[in-house]
Structure formats: structure tokens, C-alpha cells
Design a protein. Structure first.
Lengths: 111, 530
């Protein structure tokens, strides 16, 4: 590394990673599981999901609707979680890094 | 030729108005697109909602607007399966990829891999899979443009492919990502307006009662309740799951979508773009399925298949019906507007595809593989412009040659390659410290070739429904390879890494990647002015 990462920054990063691990991976796994369950249900039980719930609306249609609602709510939940639990820490870590390297950094090292 | 002929001149007027406007945008963008960051990523100056609209525009392609509505109108519920696979995939992008990608990458998807792995082999392999994805996607769009043109415009398919092809090259050569993005945004707004308007008119016909709409669609389909259940289109259960996996995991590996995250100023705007996409595309997909049911109920299967066997004319025919019917002014204006918007859609999508493929060739292959990262920006830009021209012309020639074939499967194949080759390597690069160059090469190459190979021996190519050997049974029974090739990609990356020695640079650069991905320290800045 050609720049300094102070201990306070490392501690902040550890905390960010700890919080991310507890939120992001379980939610990702949950979404993938529900999606696969929906696909398997729809393909292997086509007549069961044809059961009508309300007028012509059947279970199959509701499963699709749930996927959309789930996607919207996960996106909203993640965004508000990240704003509360991650962004302040990330901002602090960035400030610490900038001060430690006494700069307004431009390009540290081109990828 | 279908029944939509009366309004074709009006369609042409609308279409040329859009072309004139977009060429104006291109002229206006020329100066901003002259630098590398201007050309590839619009100077990283877009805001979250602008980029979100542009990405949504990439999704609101002719394939989704005409394709999903058509599929729903003919096969009922099965058409919906496409729609929710697309949207679920965005959760993975939002939660795992968008923010670190913006912070740690530069121009292409492979930058994120090359940040910590050995640049030359990884750039080369990732460029190979990315250009493959781009070409398949491009070919499907261009051939689609030809087919739709003969339906909606007073020109033949070859002329339409050539017009669309030349325009896409012009946008990219002169306006780069700046022009492409603004064309994409304008088009996204137009297609949203068209979709909202048509949906509103459909719902109005059914007293805003979705149950009544579905009931009427089922009744007119002749299939009754089966029309509202899965199984009319997908005959093979595993094939359906395989397609679903490819759609959901493939988006995160699509080069032309992912490179758009570099066009915003920082990680928070990358997150905002993903949220905009989820909101806009989600609503749009729900509306296109309603249009499909509307077409099934109001236009009817006979009229739809009479115009086009694949159902591509369902949305335009519905517009004609809703506007007042054949020969009425309202009907013709509405159908002309919808048709012109469909064309605008194809134009904007193919331009974005060309930019992505160009960046893979000029940035990944030329600068990082041939020149080992040592090229001047001016030289790279020259290569980029030549590459854009060559890729564009190649795609036009291929599309003209393949225009009589059914190439719709190419989009599915592009998603499968993206999900099997690019996606595993991005996930490993971002989250697995032990990951190394050998693992990346194994994943990229086996993901790419297993997806391609399985399609080659599958029903899309061999057998009665395929391109050749109609008398044979396909060796691989599924049209969609994802369910096999995605695990192959992930496993190959994992085994390749563990079977080879630890790569110390990769692991120490991973720590650096994390600092940059989580804090944005050292991330590429946006252009100061233009």
C-alpha cells in the first residue's frame, strides 16, 4: 500500500464489515432462496398455483406480486439501513484516511 | 406484413423526429466525449436518477416491451416469468456490487478483477467473455430491429438493420457515453409515457379491475383457466428454473449495464441509481404484463399471430385498438407513437452495447493486455473509435446474414454467459481474500465455454426447433444452460483457487480494495468541468 491506513480507520472498517456481514449476506441468501422457491413452486405445481383467491387472481399471480413487493421492500430496507448504519462510519473512515495522508486524494493508484 | 399499415408514414415522422433530436444531442455531447472518461463513462458526472433512468432504458428494450407483452398475450402467465427474474437480480446488484464497483473500478467490469489479480490474463479473459456477451446481445437486438421494422415501418428488414446500425455507430463515435446516456434517458421517458398511457387505457376498459382483465383474457384465449397458470410456454420444468437463474444472476455480469455505475460521481449515487432502476423497471414490468393480458383480451390471439407468429405485434395492435381501431385517427397516432418509441428503444440499447464492447477492446485488450497498462490516453481513444467502427460494422454484417434465423435465444445466452463467467469472478474478487488469478481464469473460461457449449448441443441449435439437424434429438435437453453452467463457473473459481498456490499480491491488494470499496478513498473522481 502506498498510503497510510491509521488504526482508527482499521477499527472503523472492521465495524463496517461486521455490520455488513450481519445484514447483507443473510438478506441476499433469503432473497435467493425465496426466488428459487417461487420458481420451483410455479414450475412443479402449475395446477395448485392456479387456485383462485379473488375473482380471476390466482396463487401464481400472487407469488409474482410478492416477488415485486419483496424486491421493493428489500431495496428500501437496505437503503435506509446503509444510511443509518454504514454511511456515517464510512464517512468517518474516509475523513481519517484523508487527514492521515494529508491530502485531498486524487488517484492513489490506477486500477 | 401485418394489419398495421395506415399509420406507417406517421410512425416514420415520429421516428425521424427522434433521430433528428438524438443527433442534435450527439453534436452537443461531442466536446465532453473527447476525453477517455468522457467517452467511456460520461465524465462520471451523472446523478443517481439520471443514471437510474439510463440503466432502466437499457432494460426497457424492444425485447421487453414487445417481447414480454407478446409472450403474455399468447401464452398467458408464463410471460410473467421473464419479468420477475429481471427485477430480483437487482437486489444482488444493489446489495453486493453497485457501491464497491463504483469505488474501486475505472471503466470496465474487469477493472474490478484486475485491481487485485494479475492484470494481463484477467483483462484478456474477461474481455473475451464480455465481448461475446456484447456481440450476442447486439445481434439479437439488430435482427429484432429488422423483424420489427417490416411490421411497423415502410422499409424492409435489411434497410432497417442498416439504418439502426449506422445510427448507433454515429452516436458512439461522436458522442460517446455522454450522447448514448442522454439518448437512453429521453427514450426511457418516452417508453414510460407510452406504457403508462396504454396501461391506463387498458385498465379503463376493465373498470380498473385487474381480476376482470385477467378473466377476459383467459376467456378469449380459448385456454380458460390454464391461461392464468404456468406451463403453456415452458414445457420443461428445469428449463424454466434454469432461465430464471440466468436472468437473476446474469444482470450483475452484463458489461454494458455494470459499466454504467462508473458514470456517477460516487458510491451513494451508484446506490441511488440501483434504487431508481428497481422502482422504474419494476413498475414498467408490471405494466408490460398488463398490456399482454390487455392484448389477449381486446385484440385476441388470431389477430396477434396473424401479424407476427412470435407475438411481437401484440403491443402495437393493442395501441391501435385502444386508440379507436383500424382506420381511426386516434388509433393511427397511438400506434405510430408506440412504434416509433420501439425503434428509439432499439437505437439507444445498441449504442450502449457498442460502448461497452469498445471499452473491452480499447481499455482491457489494447491498453492492459497489449500495452501492459502503458498506453497514452490519446492512443487508447483512437483505438476505441476504430474498435467502435469495427464492432459496429461486424454486428451489422452478422445481423444481415442471420436475419432469417430465430436468434431470440441469443439474449438468454448472453445472460447465461454473464451469470456463469463474469458474475462469479466479480463476487469472488469483491469478497474472497484468498481468491487468485488461477481461480479467476478457471471461472471465466469454464463459465464462458460451458454456457456456449451447452447451448450448441441444446435444443436452440440442434433438433426440430433448432437452427440445424432437425432430425436429431438435442444432446443437452435444456434451452437455457444456467442451471448447469452457473455452478460450473462458481465451482471452477473455487477449485482453481484452492488447487493453486496462494497469491500474496492478490491478498494484500484485496485489503487495499476493501479500503477503497468501503470508504471511497482513492476512487476515480468525476471530471471537473466539460
Amino acid at each position: 500500500m502506498n498510503y497510510v491506513v491509521p488504526a482508527t480507520c482499521e477499527a472503523l472498517m472492521r465495524e463496517i464489515l461486521r455490520r455488513r456481514d450481519r445484514f447483507v449476506w443473510p438478506v441476499t441468501a433469503g432473497v435467493l432462496t425465496i426466488y428459487l422457491a417461487a420458481l420451483i413452486t410455479l414450475s412443479y405445481w402449475p395446477s395448485a398455483v392456479g387456485t383462485k383467491v379473488w375473482g380471476s387472481i390466482n396463487v401464481a399471480y400472487l407469488i409474482v406480486l410478492v416477488q415485486f413487493v419483496l424486491t421493493f421492500s428489500v431495496a428500501l430496507a437496505y437503503t435506509s439501513w446503509a444510511q443509518r448504519r454504514i454511511d456515517p462510519l464510512a464517512g468517518e473512515a474516509l475523513a481519517v484516511l484523508k487527514i492521515a495522508n494529508n491530502q485531498l486524494p486524487t488517484n492513489v493508484r490506477a486500477a | 406484413m401485418g394489419t398495421i399499415t395506415g399509420g406507417q408514414w406517421l410512425t416514420s415522422v415520429f421516428f425521424f423526429a427522434f433521430v433528428a433530436f438524438s443527433l442534435g444531442l450527439t453534436y452537443w455531447s461531442m466536446r465532453r466525449a473527447s476525453s477517455a472518461s468522457g467517452f467511456y463513462v460520461a465524465g462520471r458526472r451523472l446523478t443517481g436518477w439520471q443514471n437510474g433512468l439510463a440503466i432502466s432504458g437499457d432494460y426497457m428494450s424492444a425485447a421487453s416491451f414487445l417481447g414480454i407483452a407478446g409472450l403474455v398475450s399468447l401464452f398467458g402467465f408464463d410471460g410473467l416469468l421473464y419479468s420477475f427474474g429481471f427485477i430480483v437480480g437487482w437486489i444482488f446488484i444493489l446489495l453486493l456490487i453497485a457501491e464497491p464497483l463504483r469505488n474501486a473500478g475505472k471503466y470496465t467490469l474487469s477493472d474490478i478483477m484486475a485491481f487485485r489479480l494479475r492484470a494481463r490474463p484477467v483483462h484478456a479473459a474477461a474481455a473475451l467473455s464480455s465481448v461475446t456477451i456484447g456481440l450476442f446481445y447486439l445481434l439479437a437486438q439488430l435482427v429484432g430491429a429488422g423483424a420489427i421494422a417490416s411490421l411497423l415501418l415502410p422499409v424492409g428488414p435489411s434497410v432497417a438493420i442498416s439504418i439502426v446500425g449506422v445510427l448507433m455507430i454515429v452516436y458512439v463515435l461522436f458522442g460517446g457515453m455522454v450522447a448514448t446516456t442522454y439518448v437512453q434517458i429521453v427514450k426511457a421517458v418516452l417508453i414510460l409515457v407510452a406504457t403508462c398511457l396504454l396501461t391506463l387505457l387498458v385498465l379503463l376498459s376493465f373498470h380498473f379491475n385487474v381480476s376482470e382483465l385477467l378473466g377476459a383474457a383467459a376467456a378469449r384465449s380459448g385456454k380458460g383457466d390454464l391461461f392464468l397458470q404456468p406451463g403453456l410456454f415452458f414445457k420443461n420444468k428445469l428449463d424454466l428454473i434454469s432461465l430464471g437463474l440466468g436472468l437473476a444472476l446474469g444482470t450483475g455480469g452484463l458489461p454494458h449495464i455494470m459499466m454504467r455505475f462508473y458514470t456517477v460521481s460516487d458510491a451513494k449515487n451508484a446506490r441511488a441509481s440501483a434504487n431508481w432502476v428497481i422502482g422504474l423497471v419494476g413498475i414498467y414490468l408490471v405494466m408490460t404484463t398488463l398490456l399482454g393480458f390487455g392484448a389477449a383480451a381486446l385484440v385476441g390471439k388470431e389477430a396477434i399471430t396473424a401479424a407476427n407468429k412470435a407475438g411481437n405485434s401484440a403491443a402495437p395492435l393493442l395501441a391501435l385498438q385502444l386508440g379507436g381501431g383500424d382506420g381511426t385517427l386516434g388509433g393511427e397516432i397511438l400506434v405510430a407513437f408506440v412504434s416509433a418509441v420501439t425503434f428509439a428503444t432499439i437505437l439507444a440499447v445498441v449504442a450502449g452495447l457498442i460502448i461497452a464492447a469498445t471499452s473491452n477492446i480499447a481499455h482491457d485488450l489494447y491498453t492492459h493486455v497489449l500495452r501492459t497498462g502503458q498506453s497514452e490516453e490519446k492512443a487508447e481513444m483512437k483505438v476505441a473509435r476504430i474498435a467502435a467502427l469495427v464492432i459496429g460494422l461486424t454486428a451489422i454484417v452478422l445481423a444481415l446474414t442471420a436475419q432469417s434465423l430465430n436468434v431470440a435465444f441469443l439474449v438468454g445466452l448472453a445472460f447465461a454467459v454473464a451469470a456463469s463467467a463474469n458474475f462469479p469472478v466479480i463476487i469472488y474478487s469483491l469478497f474472497w481474500r484468498r481468491f487468485n488469478t488461477t481461480g479467476a481464469m478457471c471461472a471465466l473460461l469454464s463459465g464462458l465455454f460451458s454456457a456456449l457449449g451447452l447451448v450448441l448441443i441444446g435444443p436452440a441449435v440442434i433438433g426440430p426447433k433448432g437452427l440445424m439437424l432437425a432430425d436429431f434429438e438435442p444432446i443437452f435437453p435444456l434451452a437455457n444452460p444456467g442451471i448447469v453452467s452457473i455452478p460450473i463457473g462458481f465451482l471452477a473459481g473455487w477449485i482453481g483457487t484452492l488447487a493453486s498456490e496462494r497469491e500474496h499480491t492478490s491478498e494484500s491488494r484485496f485489503d487495499e480494495l476493501q479500503v477503497r470499496a468501503l470508504t471511497g478513498f482513492g476512487a476515480e473522481p468525476s471530471a471537473k468541468s466539460h
